[in-house]
Design a protein around this ligand. Sequence first.
Ligand SMILES: Cc1cc2nc3c(=O)[nH]c(=O)nc-3n(C[C@H](O)[C@H](O)[C@H](O)COP(=O)(O)OP(=O)(O)OC[C@H]3O[C@@H](n4cnc5c(N)ncnc54)[C@H](O)[C@@H]3O)c2cc1C
Length: 458
Amino acid sequence: MSRFSTAIVIGGSIAGCLAAAAVAPHFDEVLVLDKDKFPESPQQRNGAPQGAHFHALLAAGREAMDELLPGFSEQALELGAAELDSTAEVMRLDRLGWSPRFPSSLKFLMASRPLIEWVIRDRAAAIDTIRFLPGRAVTGVLTTDGAVTGVRTKDGELAADLVIDASGRRSEAPQWLAENGFGQPVETVVNAHWGYASTFVHVPENWEPGFRALACVPFGEGALTPASEKRAMAMWVVEGERRWVLTVQGSAGDYPPSKVEDLLEFVSSIGAPELDRALSEVEFPERIRIWRDTTNRLRDYAGMAERPENFLTIGDAWAAFNPVYGQGMTVSALDARTLSREIADHLREHPGSLRGLAARYYAKNDELVKFCWSSSTALDYRIPDVEVTVDGVPQEVSPGTADFSDRLAAWVSLDKDRYMKFRETTQLLRSDDWLRSDEVVNEIKEKWNELGALVTPR
Ligand SMILES: Cc1cc2nc3c(=O)[nH]c(=O)nc-3n(C[C@H](O)[C@H](O)[C@H](O)COP(=O)(O)OP(=O)(O)OC[C@H]3O[C@@H](n4cnc5c(N)ncnc54)[C@H](O)[C@@H]3O)c2cc1C
């Protein structure tokens, strides 16, 4: 097997650690540079401020993390993460009402974002060729003959055979490429002006509210109350039975407030007494943190006619999704898993050469990235005053409709097996081909009015 000297990963967060693990078998050393310093234990850190807000890990993301970093789930559970039955222990309210509850074999791993990230980094650090260099901000890339050959930091230059940008939603890679005479990827931004307010609450001992995770997403036309058309919330157990994360969301600029009393009022306006009851029983020992940068931002690296060799992007640096839809960590993990397979196949076919790997990596992952992009933006297109730009130029937006997707959701909720298949699809464990098959589409069209009548608040 051919082996190279050095790979550099920019950013030692979730996508960066997974990418490092993916390429590690092919390099003498993988250097992971991060501008931030890493905590000694699972804790919030400056370089990943989103860690204060809930992070749902989709089942496919967990599976890919376990494959790239064996033992990930076990270590997370040992450190206090919870494993929940996705239907029996998770209560979900949408415009169809409360979703069906019954025991199932689909399990969710629930933990705080700092814990998930910490376990991933801890396991990546155990791979002997991976070395973390914290406190090293990358300021540019070095190029020769159409290929990236290293990075620039304020402490000097570092050479590499492969450079992977995993520096997150504020990645400066497009500017770095332009500085070196390359084109930039087309950048599309969709902003439905969502805001988050989150905190970790303390629940009573042996608390039995009837769920271990609660998600209320009744927003949109026909929501429970006029206020709840734009509002959503979720809470679930994280490390330690009495510590739960609470995140409240508002769209179209209807941002949730940062004071406890105001936040309770905001949640109450959703119109589900179950939420008021649950929140009246918990304590708020920590401050409420606010987040407003929820834009979907796609840099279309896969669509570039020419791109530098030996340079890849992954995670939010490539496509940052509106976090409301909980896809970011999972897409990072699935992209990294594809990278581990593609680099192995590429080197089998072209021993000793990384040329062509970038094109192959983007081509293989593009379908997943674009699928997640369309599902998260399709929902945002339905939100009033959504703003869309392509390379900074404002675009006309034709408002989307939920007529079909609402009826589809109603149709799956009528049958347990169908419902589980649907959950597996939304967890990215299964392709959505079956949902788009003639058989399903025709049945929904036949039952259009009957299914439409089910799309009422409760
Ligand atoms: C509020 C919020 C809630 C979210 N909720 C969910 C959720 O429920 N489920 C989900 O799957 N995803 C969620 N996400 C998305 C998720 O956080 C990311 O998709 C995921 O962490 C992958 O990010 P990343 O590793 O690409 O980037 P990040 O986690 O942002 O990390 C980037 C890293 O790069 C470092 N860095 C930046 N610039 C440089 C530089 N120049 N040089 C060196 N290092 C640099 C930073 O210090 C940081 O460590 C949420 C995001 C937000 C903002």
